[in-house]
Design a protein around this ligand. Structure first.
Ligand code: SAH
Length: 359
């Protein structure tokens, strides 16, 4: 019999499974507590359970986390984790310390940038994650497992989550929404919905579906072009869901949520950085009450895009601000270890980054 993954099961569902083993319901709560509250992933160590139950749990369930292969530290204390999944595939996630601008000096808040798929099918022309194509969706236990593994490395709680790692979260919607429940649940990781951001390349129908879930999660949209002409050049997904359709879905989202939508906008020299794009972007952002994160393009090996000059970056942001659109220009964290936006990619084992090996 193939073992079920325990991470992802709610206490209610687990209680039903345990009924078959003639166990009282409260045992389920105890098991879930070991995993999420205490971070114990061996049934043998769950000392308040009878030995016979521990053994039968171990026969039926798997509680393994993705294996932490390397942890690379960056000069700005961002850390990138390379994780190996049970089928030997690799994903990456990134621990990002609090920005003093947001939380004040000395804050120890932590954000984790998680992956939702192995590889990516959307082929954005500036992004490393799609270079080797799409491999497979991540399962719930693998999405949640990234957070549990990162918490172990960090030795502290993870406060914020951003689905901005490898993959398109909305192309893995069923597993994404079930993961969100576990990440948010008091019995799970207890991360507040407002501290969870899902980022999408703009899958309009899926945005509508995600809008139906009753959690006040935040939405970020990778826009990168304010006209169809510019956006389609660098994001093939725009041919499927052009701006008009995307914005209709975003308006629906907006009508159901209080928080502002965030637009991510990479600045690429000679492509989308001109003042007229900034003005178009400002008008679009204003129509939705959205804010904009401008991100100077991060170098991806094998791609020859470039960042605009710093003056052009600042000018772009100023046009947004003057139009009354809240805009930041994010000087990236983790650039030196290829852990910044768009730099996460599939790797061969022979190509492991040099980092601290974790046994
Ligand atoms: N597929 C989703 C989730 C990935 S988020 C999405 O597209 O939103 C990854 C973020 O990094 C996106 O905003 C993406 O556009 C951005 N990104 C990709 N390549 C980049 C690069 N070379 N430099 C800076 N940001 C990049």
């Amino acid at each position: 019999m193939e073992k079920k993954h325990l991470i992802g099961l709610s206490p209610e569902v687990l209680a039903e499974e345990l009924e078959e083993l003639k166990q009282p319901r409260y045992r389920a709560k105890q098991v879930i507590d070991w995993v999420f509250a205490k971070g114990v992933f061996e049934f043998a160590e769950m000392s308040n359970l009878p030995a016979a139950l521990r053994a039968s749990l171990a026969e039926r369930f798997n509680v393994c986390l993705p294996e932490i292969v390397t942890v690379q530290g960056s000069a700005d204390t961002t850390r990138k984790l390379l994780l190996k999944l049970v089928d030997g595939r690799f994903i990456e996630c990134v621990l990002i310390p609090a920005s003093p601008a947001l939380y004040g000096q000395g804050s120890d808040r932590l954000t984790l940038c998680v992956s939702s798929q192995v590889g990516c099918a959307f082929d954005c022309k500036f992004c490393a994650s799609g270079l080797a194509g799409f491999d497979r969706n991540l399962e719930v236990h693998e999405i949640v497992g990234q957070v549990l593994a990162a918490r172990k490395i960090a030795g502290q709680r993870i406060d914020n989550l951003v689905f901005m790692g490898m993959g398109e979260p909305l192309a893995n919607l069923a597993n994404l929404t079930r993961s969100l429940e576990v990440l948010n649940a008091p019995w799970g990781l207890g991360i507040g919905a407002r501290h969870i951001t899902v980022s999408t390349s703009g899958l309009a129908p899926m945005i509508r579906k995600l809008a139906e879930i009753p959690m006040q999660i935040r939405l970020a949209v990778s826009l990168h072009g304010a006209t169809d002409e510019v956006r389609s050049r660098i994001m093939p997904v725009n041919k499927r869901y052009p701006l008009e359709e995307l914005f209709r879905a975003l308006e629906e989202w907006r009508s159901l949520r209080k928080q502002r939508i965030t637009f991510e906008y990479i600045l690429i020299r000679g492509i989308n950085e001109a003042p007229d794009q900034a003005r178009e972007l400002a008008a679009r952002a204003k129509s939705l009450g959205a804010k904009v994160n401008c991100i100077p393009y991060n170098t991806v090996e094998g791609l020859d895009w470039e960042r605009p000059s710093e003056e052009a970056q600042d000018a772009f942001r100023e046009i947004l601000e003057q139009a009354g659109v809240p805009a930041t220009l994010r000087r990236e964290k983790g650039h030196d270890i290829d852990a910044a936006c768009g730099q996460l990619r599939l790797r061969e084992v022979g190509d492991l980054p040099v980092g601290k090996k974790i046994s």
